[in-house]
Ligand binder design. Structure first.
Ligand SMILES: [Zn+2]
Length: 137
């Protein structure tokens, strides 16, 4: 695993739809038209069957905490340690690495399988990051 500070994501033609989505408050995934496999991160073909007939759709933004590590190292720019680097399993199936906000960054507070919902944090005019917070209700 790279230890470098999290670099700001750079949209590419393959991921532009995703970043366009976060800017307008949508978490966008792709679904294969041939085999119905839902996947992330973005790519122009299905990782399951290699079909290029894939569609972009808006995910619910809901998921659960699949795993995490708590980083105690000196902060990456914009982060104050300790903070959790989490893997969120979306309700649609794909897993996404993110951060958990509005929650103490402790093992007591971060329960595996806890329900999460997406929250969007605007970094600049190009990039809005999808973060996750404990789901309400
Ligand atoms: Zn497929």
């Amino acid at each position: 695993m790279a230890e470098a500070a999290r670099a700001k994501p750079k949209p590419t033609p393959e991921t532009q739809h995703f970043w366009d989505g976060t800017q307008v408050g949508e978490l966008r995934l792709q679904r294969c038209d041939a085999c119905s496999h839902v996947y992330f991160p973005p790519r122009p073909f299905c990782p399951s069957c290699a079909s290029r007939k894939v569609s972009v759709f808006k995910a619910t933004g809901k998921g659960k905490l699949y795993s995490y590590v708590i980083n105690h190292r000196p902060a990456a720019p914009g982060f104050t340690p300790p903070y959790a680097i989490a893997v969120v399993e979306l309700d649609e199936g794909p897993r996404m690495m993110s951060n958990i906000i509005d929650c103490p960054q402790t093992p007591e507070a971060l329960e595996l399988d806890m329900k999460l919902e997406v929250a969007f944090e605007k970094l600049d005019d190009q990039i809005t990051l999808p973060l996750f917070r404990p789901a309400k209700g």
